[in-house]
Design a protein around this ligand. Structure first.
Ligand SMILES: NC(=O)c1ccc[n+]([C@@H]2O[C@H](COP(=O)([O-])OP(=O)(O)OC[C@H]3O[C@@H](n4cnc5c(N)ncnc54)[C@H](O)[C@@H]3O)[C@@H](O)[C@H]2O)c1
Length: 358
């Protein structure tokens, strides 16, 4: 049975994309939105012709009409906002990263295990057109036995440092940006267990009075020996999207290889017995990128809330859930550890155990 779910949104910066997604989806009805910034609420009202806004989160929590709360507040507030929503009996979709560190991870797992409400983490890149096609080919076995996954997110993100909360405790390029590339690797190698890598802080980050690593390289493996690499650069001038798409995921297997690319909407594949193919999904450009060029990508959000609606209909667990998202955070902490001890290998389970996560 399909139902139309009623959505409340908190945080109307990136939350703009989910507003657009809900307003264009037949599976969702936008019920109310919230931001502390009244001016932004008015701007969104004008942009979407949607007037149901409030500056008080409690108005969403106490609204009996709302089935699901979508959280797009700064990373450091996610735990509080998720907890309040689950305790108010709402299902939750929270943007990445579900948490800015593992500090509250055990508590979040306990909370999500103690309720029948669903918590879905919006790892948007999984829901981009070329990545969806690559996943279908992988699930159809077209790559044969997978040997290697290569993933990167490389962009000049210095504009992000103008946001006040980027300077607060908890911000890192890894949790804010690189997580998309990390999630791609964990999507294909969920049991990745060990990592080694290096990272540095360039002068371009130091100029902003920050010491977050902005240039990072990692190698990973799982117990069966499959390997992966992840790269990220965040404050260096790039070669441009036409030369290197900001995000890409490469799969290499015994029967074929494929590469899904962000921004230019391309998917390249070469499978045994077939000619190499490049698919371009240009006709979907306006669906994925609805405002401000390619910096917002509402189509992914529409894909993921429609997937979430299907999961709510069927009772299936939407993925990534809290457990999967927290394992990704554990992997990122292991990456940080390895880089801070000169590239020595670090095991993800060792990191998770420190936070009482089995
Ligand atoms: N691809 C993606 O999935 C993607 C892309 C960009 C951002 N994000 C995530 O979205 C989140 C928001 O990022 P952003 O770039 O929009 O940041 P932002 O600072 O532009 O927006 C955050 C908004 O939350 C509001 N807010 C803060 N505290 C609040 C509260 N207590 N009640 C109501 N509103 C409150 C602020 O007023 C602000 O408008 C972050 O977690 C970020 O990592 C995800």
């Amino acid at each position: 049975m399909t139902k139309t779910y009623k959505l409340g949104v908190i945080g109307l910066g990136e939350g703009r994309s989910i507003m657009s997604a809900a307003l264009q989806s037949s599976r969702w009805s936008l019920e109310a939105v919230c931001d502390l910034n009244e001016e932004l609420c008015r701007a969104r009202e004008e942009e979407f012709g949607f007037s149901g806004w409030t500056t008080n989160y409690n108005d969403l929590l106490q609204n009996p009409e709302i089935d699901v709360i979508a959280i797009y507040t700064p990373d450091q507030l996610h735990f509080t906002h998720i907890k309040q929503a689950l305790e108010a009996g709402k299902h939750v979709v929270c943007t990445k990263p579900v948490l800015p560190s593992l500090d509250d991870a055990a508590e979040l797992l306990r909370l999500s295990a103690s309720t029948d409400r669903k918590l879905f983490v919006g790892q948007s890149t999984r829901f981009f057109e070329p990545m969806l096609h690559q996943r279908r080919d992988y699930e159809a076995g077209k790559h044969g036995a997978l040997s290697v996954v290569e993933s990167h997110y490389i962009t000049d993100g210095r504009w992000f440092l103008d946001k006040g909360w980027s300077k607060q405790k908890g911000f890192s390029w890894m949790y804010g940006f690189m997580i998309h590339a990390v999630d791609m690797v964990r999507w294909y190698l969920p049991d990745v267990s060990e990592v080694t890598g290096y990272a540095l802080t360039s002068d371009n980050t130091k100029e902003h009075g920050m010491d977050a690593w902005d240039s990072l390289r990692f190698l990973l493996r799982n117990p069966s020996g499959q390997i992966a690499q992840i790269a990220g650069d965040y404050t260096l001038p790039t070669l441009g999207q036409h030369v290197e798409p900001s995000i890409a995921c490469v799969l290499r297997g015994t029967k074929g290889s494929s590469r899904s690319e962000y921004s230019n909407l391309q998917y390249h594949s070469h499978f045994a017995g077939e000619a190499p193919v490049t698919q371009t999904f240009e006709e979907k450009n306006d669906y994925y990128f609805r405002f401000e060029g390619k910096s917002h990508h509402a189509g992914e959000y529409q894909n993921y809330i429609e997937y979430f609606a299907d999961c709510l209909d069927s009772g299936k667990t939407p993925l990534p859930d809290a457990g999967e998202a927290i394992r990704t955070l554990g992997l990122m902490l292991a990456m940080e550890r390895s880089a801070s001890i000169g590239g020595q290998p670090v095991k993800i389970d060792d990191v998770l155990k420190e936070f009482n996560i089995g």
